[in-house]
Design a protein around this ligand. Structure first.
Ligand code: C2E
Ligand code: CA
Ligand code: CA
Ligand code: CA
Length: 277
C-alpha cells in the first residue's frame, strides 16, 4: 500500500515537472520578448453612453510569438505574475501606451489612456515611482492615465496598494476598479481608496437583457458608484439592447465588441477618424 502511494506521488511529480519545464521555457522566451519588441498593444475604445463621445482607450497586451502566432494575455500573464516578470512587462506596457498618445496626437488630445495593473505591481512600494517616471519620460500629464486595477490585485497587499494609489492619485493619475463585482474587497476598504471609476464586470453586463438578477446587480452598482462620486463603466457590451438598458440605468460609459474590438494602433486611428465624422 505504501508502495502504491509512493508511485502515486511519483506520477504526480512527473506531471508537475513537465508543466514546469514548459513554463520555464515560456518564461525565458517572455523575458527575451519584452526586450526584443515581440509584445504589442491593442487598443479598445470606451465611449460615453449619453453622447456617444469617445472618451478613453484601454491598452491590452498581446505577444506576437515567432512560432506560435499572436498569444492572448491569458496565455502568458499568469506565468509573468508568478515569476516577477510582470514588473518589466508592466513597465513596457506603460511606456508603450504613453508613447502612443504622442504618436496619435491630434484627434486623441482629449482621450485618457487606460492601462491594466497586476497584483504584484501594486504590492511594490516603488510602483508609484515607476508610473511617475513613465509619465515624465513620455511627457504626458498624469490626468491622461487611468490605472485599471482588479479587486483581487488590491488584496495582494491592501496597505501598500492604498499607499501607492494615494501617491499616484495626488498627482492626478486616475484609478479604476476593474471587474467590479467579481472580487471580495470590502466596501469599507474601497471607500477609503482614491477612486475615479468602477468597471462593472462583463459577466453581469453581456447577458443583461436576459438575466433579471444581473440587471438588478448592474442597477445597484451604477447607484453605488454614483453615490461614491465615481464614473461607472460597463464592459462586455455586445448588443444594442444592452446599450439601451445601460443608458436607462444612468451608466456613464460603455466598452465592448458592439462599439469596437481591441485594435492595433493604426486601425484605431482610422476608426477614430471614421467615428468622428
Ligand atoms: P480586462 O482588463 O477585463 O479586459 C477586457 C477583456 O475583455 C479583453 O480581453 C477584451 O478583449 C475583452 N472584451 C472587450 N470587449 C468585450 C466584449 O464585448 N465581449 C467579450 N466577450 N469580451 C470583450 P483580453 O485582451 O484577452 O485581456 C484579458 C485580460 O488580460 C484583461 O481583462 C486583463 O485582466 C488582462 N490584461 C490585458 N492586457 C494587460 C496588460 O497590459 N497588463 C496586465 N496586467 N493585464 C492585462
Ligand atoms: Ca481592464
Ligand atoms: Ca475588466
Ligand atoms: Ca477581466
Amino acid at each position: 500500500q505504501a508502495k502504491g502511494s509512493r508511485s502515486g506521488i511519483a506520477r504526480y511529480d512527473a506531471c508537475r515537472d513537465t508543466f514546469d519545464v514548459g513554463k520555464l521555457a515560456l518564461v525565458g522566451e517572455l523575458r527575451r520578448a519584452i526586450e526584443s519588441g515581440e509584445l504589442e498593444l491593442h487598443y479598445q475604445p470606451k465611449a460615453e453612453l449619453r453622447t456617444g463621445r469617445l472618451c478613453a482607450v484601454e491598452a491590452l497586451v498581446r505577444w506576437r510569438h515567432p512560432r506560435r502566432g499572436v498569444l492572448p494575455p491569458d496565455a502568458f500573464l499568469p506565468a509573468a505574475e508568478q515569476t516577477g516578470l510582470i514588473d518589466p512587462l508592466t513597465r513596457w506596457v506603460l511606456a508603450a501606451a504613453l508613447a502612443q498618445i504622442t504618436v496619435w496626437a491630434g484627434a486623441f488630445d482629449d482621450l485618457t489612456m487606460a492601462v491594466n495593473v497586476s497584483a504584484r505591481n501594486l504590492a511594490r512600494p516603488d510602483f508609484a515611482d515607476a508610473v511617475l517616471a513613465a509619465l515624465s519620460d513620455a511627457g504626458i500629464a498624469p490626468g491622461r492615465l487611468t490605472l485599471e486595477i482588479t479587486e483581487t490585485a488590491l488584496l495582494a497587499d491592501p496597505e501598500v496598494a492604498a499607499d501607492v494609489l494615494a501617491r499616484l492619485s495626488a498627482t492626478g493619475v486616475r484609478v479604476s476598479i476593474d471587474d467590479f463585482g467579481q472580487g471580495q474587497t470590502s466596501l469599507g476598504y474601497l471607500s477609503r481608496l482614491p477612486l475615479h471609476e468602477l468597471k462593472i464586470d462583463r459577466s453581469f453586463v453581456t447577458d443583461l437583457a436576459d438575466n433579471p438578477a444581473h440587471a438588478a446587480i448592474v442597477r445597484s452598482v451604477v447607484d453605488l458608484g454614483h453615490n461614491l462620486g465615481l464614473q461607472v463603466v460597463a464592459e462586455g457590451v455586445e448588443s444594442r439592447e444592452t446599450v439601451e438598458l445601460l443608458t436607462a440605468t444612468g451608466c456613464d460609459i460603455a466598452q465592448g465588441f458592439l462599439l469596437a474590438r481591441p485594435m492595433p494602433p493604426g486601425d484605431l486611428a482610422d476608426w477614430v477618424a471614421a467615428h468622428r465624422t
